[in-house]
Write a protein that binds this ligand. Structure first.
Ligand SMILES: *[C@@H]1O[C@H](CO)[C@@H](O)[C@H](O)[C@H]1NC(C)=O
Ligand SMILES: *[C@@H]1O[C@H](CO)[C@@H](O)[C@H](O)[C@H]1NC(C)=O
Ligand SMILES: *[C@@H]1O[C@H](CO)[C@@H](O)[C@H](O)[C@H]1NC(C)=O
Ligand SMILES: *[C@@H]1O[C@H](CO)[C@@H](O)[C@H](O)[C@H]1NC(C)=O
Ligand SMILES: *[C@@H]1O[C@H](CO)[C@@H](O)[C@H](O)[C@H]1NC(C)=O
Ligand SMILES: *[C@@H]1O[C@H](CO)[C@@H](O)[C@H](O)[C@H]1NC(C)=O
Ligand SMILES: *[C@@H]1O[C@H](CO)[C@@H](O)[C@H](O)[C@H]1NC(C)=O
Ligand SMILES: *[C@@H]1O[C@H](CO)[C@@H](O)[C@H](O)[C@H]1NC(C)=O
Ligand SMILES: *[C@@H]1O[C@H](CO)[C@@H](O)[C@H](O)[C@H]1NC(C)=O
Ligand SMILES: *[C@@H]1O[C@H](CO)[C@@H](O)[C@H](O)[C@H]1NC(C)=O
Ligand SMILES: *[C@@H]1O[C@H](CO)[C@@H](O)[C@H](O)[C@H]1NC(C)=O
Ligand SMILES: *[C@@H]1O[C@H](CO)[C@@H](O)[C@H](O)[C@H]1NC(C)=O
Length: 772
């Protein structure tokens, strides 16, 4: 008899010899060969080999398994197969092998197979009942495949099922999971059916048939109805998890009899009711309670403090209210506390300082107020503090942030904090995100912020910080800064133009909007090579758009709207590499997951995750024509040139911007016709040419049939059915496609003084077309 561990023994003996490397394998191999030749019983049975080969044959893709699974070798030595001492197959573990096709029923013929793990493949088709109802298999894991079909058709009469662990998660199973399926599984301990498309009620009866039943994971399905009271009779149940379903109703009383529960997780359902203090404390073994994203109401009972094992308490996004109970401070094992998105009020109890293990504190989007308690400084393990969108106030003086050396994210966005930013924050040397925007912080930034070497996201937008020159000189020391949002501060200061502003080598997003800054678009910006997003809107910047702008080769979002910029739109702006190419995928290096959720979205405070390529030059004093080269900005989705003094025609090349969703040319002095081919821009959802001097017919068809007529207002010479103004007049330029001859005819007529402007349009249209 030979076990795999025994075959390695010759290797150990041979360790004592000198020329190991050559000697070991040959001796090992020789011994193995010798033994396997000498003893025929040392190979797996022909029947088991046949069953395995049958499995192999029925696969449509074997991921190279056939190289090892050869008929002329012992199947106990095949890849993924483990045999017992008596050469019967015990385990088949073929994880992440790229297998595709159907799972053969022949595996059910391996009469002593105990552990079958086929997870992380591309297997499809049904799960053979012979495996689920095998008399030998006790661990069956087929998770992360594409198995489908329904399980409620499985027979339920046969006896002596061995199955203990069934993982069918992350497949494409659908239909119901009726109780009858589980009745015969007397030994079932764990069922993991998450991430499928199961419907109907949650399955029950586990515990009446299987007294050891301990784990049920049903999240990411489409279960409906209420939580079955039968779970209350599961005396061994440790994990009950059914988040991301459509479960409704309240917690049944019986559930609180399942006192072994450690993990109770129902996030993202439509459950309601209150957290009854006298009931919840019966679940004294709870380690995780996750009820986020439901409709639970009422307050948090003070008795929650009796759940001494609690590590994770998530009640976020419900409609709970009231003050946080001081009893919470007794849950001293808490690591995660998430109460965000409710209507909790009052202050943070000072007892929070007892939560010495707390790593995550989320109280965002509530109506809490008052000052932060000094106790917070005792939670020295804190990694994330998210208090955004509340009414917290005061000067943050009570908290000694110096003690929070593990802090990585501090989000105080949208509160009523006042005073200067406390110096102690700059001792949190592990901070990666500091979000202080929309408060009433004032004064100059402290140079100590340069200590924050890992700081990647910093926003103090919309406060009352002063001295922008000082601010930028200080922040350039934060070498890892990726996103810097300082807009709506520094009111009326001068945009620093000194070339000593450098560094910022990792900066990708810079927002300095809404400051009423004077000066010009400064040259130092041209050194920020990694910039992808630049917001300078709502200042008093004058001068022209610099030609160096195209040096910002990664820029795909430029907003300089609402300034006093003069001059023409430079053609270099039409050479912005990222805006020209759809292929160069816009990307932010920032690890979004590590940042405050609201470190995302638009403009001053947040960044769009679906990075939107946009050019906004609106509300300035730009003159001249829209460059014909505008057609090069093929990747741009939003183009806003409104509220300027642009003249001439809308270049026909604008119709080349086929991805355009927003095109606003309103309130300029544009003349001529609206290019008819604009109706080919199928993504265009916002279009505005009002208050110009356009004339001729409004294009019809495509998106133009969906627009309201107000977007053409203030152009008395436009016509079309949408305006109830007839286009029959001969003066009106035809927006139809002309032949070469017609174009030339009209072009020549320009020399004779006929409608110069119209001709310009036709000429440019002609030349554009011939250039292609
Ligand atoms: C394996 O080999 C045996 C005899 O050597 C033969 O009878 C059997 O058909 C073969 N099986 C397969 C699947 O090729
Ligand atoms: C299982 O084994 C039996 C008896 O050896 C055989 O008749 C049957 O065809 C096998 N089933 C499969 C699916 O290989
Ligand atoms: C199956 O194998 C995977 C990968 O090794 C492992 O993560 C998983 O726990 C195994 N399944 C069971 C039920 O042991
Ligand atoms: C499948 O679920 C079981 C039990 O829940 C678990 O032990 C196993 O690790 C899971 N398999 C994978 C691949 O995660
Ligand atoms: C269920 O399986 C998934 C993999 O699909 C795994 O991530 C999860 O931890 C398992 N759940 C339990 C409770 O074991
Ligand atoms: C659900 O299954 C799909 C397909 O296997 C997988 O890509 C996805 O990561 C799974 N989701 C979860 C939450 O496990
Ligand atoms: C809970 O269990 C106790 C006995 O352990 C029993 O008296 C009570 O009726 C059960 N409650 C519910 C709601 O099932
Ligand atoms: C804040 O904490 C630091 C580090 O624990 C300590 O050195 C300092 O004295 C504390 N400051 C105050 C004002 O308590
Ligand atoms: C927040 O601050 C503003 C301005 O100081 C004040 O008007 C407002 O009442 C404050 N709100 C609360 C809830 O404290
Ligand atoms: C900002 O602070 C300055 C003094 O530092 C003060 O004069 C000014 O009124 C403040 N502005 C606002 C909007 O609070
Ligand atoms: C701004 O800060 C700089 C450098 O710290 C300093 O030299 C300058 O005087 C400050 N400006 C104002 C207006 O306070
Ligand atoms: C274009 O900019 C103007 C002025 O900044 C603004 O009012 C308008 O809403 C913008 N247009 C679109 C479609 O966003």
């Amino acid at each position: 008899m030979l076990v795999s561990s025994e075959t390695t023994q010759p290797l150990q003996f041979s360790n004592k010899t000198h020329n190991k490397k050559l000697y070991i394998p040959s001796l090992g191999l020789a011994l193995v060969l010798l033994i396997s030749l000498a003893s025929p019983a040392s190979s797996c049975t022909e029947q088991e080999k046949t069953s395995l080969l049958q499995f192999l044959i029925e696969l449509s893709w074997d991921g190279g398994l056939a190289a090892s699974w050869r008929n002329d070798t012992d199947c106990c030595k095949w890849e993924g197969i483990t045999c017992r001492k008596d050469r019967t197959v015990a385990n088949v573990v073929l994880v992440s092998k790229g297998l595709a096709g159907y799972i053969s029923e022949s595996l059910g013929n391996l009469t002593r197979l105990q552990h079958l793990n086929l997870s992380h493949n591309s297997l499809s088709g049904p799960l053979p009942p012979a495996l689920v109802f095998s008399n030998s298999i006790n661990i069956l894991d087929v998770s992360f495949n594409r198995l489908n079909g329904i399980l409620d058709k499985l027979p339920s009469s046969t006896s002596a099922r061995s199955l203990q662990v069934l993982n069918i998660s992350s497949n494409l199973f659908a239909g119901h999971l009726p109780s009858t399926t589980w009745k015969a599984m007397e030994k079932l301990v764990t069922l993991n059916a998450s991430n499928n498309s199961f419907t109907g009620k949650m399955p029950t009866h586990f515990c009446s048939s299987s007294p050891s039943f301990a784990v049920v994971e049903l999240c990411y399905n489409r279960f409906t109805g209420s939580i079955p009271p039968e779970f209350g009779s599961c005396s061994k149940l440790r994990i009950l998890s059914a988040g991301h379903n459509h479960l409704s109703g309240t917690f049944p009383d019986e559930l609180f009899n399942a006192t072994s529960l450690e993990y109770l997780s129902f996030p993202h359902n439509i459950l309601h009711g209150v957290l009854d203090g006298s009931r919840i404390i019966k679940l004294r073994n709870l380690i995780t309670l996750d009820l986020g994203g439901n409709s639970f109401s009422g307050t948090i009972p003070d008795s929650i403090g009796q759940l001494k094992r609690l590590e994770k308490l998530q009640l976020n996004n419900n409609i709970m209210s009231g003050e946080l109970p001081s009893g919470l401070g007794s849950c001293t094992k808490l690591i995660t506390l998430d109460f965000g998105g409710n209507s909790f009020s009052g202050t943070i109890p000072d007892s929070i300082g007892q939560l010495k293990r707390l790593e995550q504190l989320h109280l965002n989007n509530n109506i809490m107020s008052g000052e932060l308690p000094s106790g917070l400084g005792s939670c020295t393990k804190l990694i994330t503090i998210d208090l955004k969108s509340n009414y917290f106030n005061g000067e943050l003086m009570k908290v000694n942030f110096s003690t929070l050396s593990n802090l990585r994210i501090l989000d105080l966005h949208i509160n009523n904090f006042t005073g200067t930013i406390p110096e102690s924050i700059y001792s949190c040397s592990n901070l990666i995100a500091l979000q202080l925007s929309v408060n009433h912080f004032r004064g100059e930034l402290s140079s100590r912020i340069g200590n924050l070497k890992y700081l990647s996201f910093f926003s103090i937008a919309d406060n009352n910080i002063t001295n922008i020159t000082n601010t930028l000189h200080i922040l350039k020391q934060c070498r890892n800064l990726n996103t810097l949002l300082i807009g709506h501060n520094f009111r009326g200061e001068l945009m620093p133009e000194d070339d000593k502003i450098d560094g910022f080598q990792n900066l990708q997003v810079l927002g300095i909007g809404g400051c009423q800054l004077f000066g010009e678009i400064p040259l130092w910006l041209s050194k920020l090579e990694n910039l992808v997003m630049l917001i300078l809107s709502d200042n008093n910047l004058s001068g022209s758009i610099p030609a160096w702008i195209k040096a910002l080769s990664n820029l795909f979002y430029l907003d300089i709207s609402s300034n006093s910029i003069t001059g023409e739109i430079p053609t270099s702006l039409m050479d912005m590499p990222m805006m020209k190419s759809e292929k160069t995928k816009a990307h932010l290096d920032m690890k979004v997951s590590e940042l405050p959720a609201d470190a995302t979205l638009s403009l001053q405070y947040r960044i769009p995750i679906d990075l939107y390529k946009a050019l906004d030059l609106s509300n300035n004093m730009l003159t001249g024509k829209i460059p014909m080269e505008i057609g090069q900005l093929k990747a741009v989705l939003s183009l806003n040139l409104s509220f300027n003094d642009l003249t001439w025609q809308i270049p026909e090349s604008i119709c080349d911007l086929t991805d355009l969703e927003v095109l606003d040319l309103s309130s300029n002095h544009l003349t001529g016709a609206i290019p008819a081919a604009l109706n080919g821009l199928h993504s265009l959802s916002a279009f505005n040419v009002s208050n110009n001097d356009l004339e001729g017919p409004i294009p019809s068809g495509g998106q133009f049939d969906t627009f309201q007529n107000s977007i053409f207002d203030g152009n008395t010479k436009l016509c079309g059915t949408i305006l109830h103004r007839n286009c029959s007049s001969a003066k009106v330029p035809q927006a139809t496609i002309l032949t070469k001859e017609e174009v030339f005819a009209i072009a020549f007529s320009a020399f004779f003084g006929v409608g110069v402007l119209y001709d310009q349009i036709f000429l440019s249209r002609f030349f554009l077309r011939t250039r292609r």
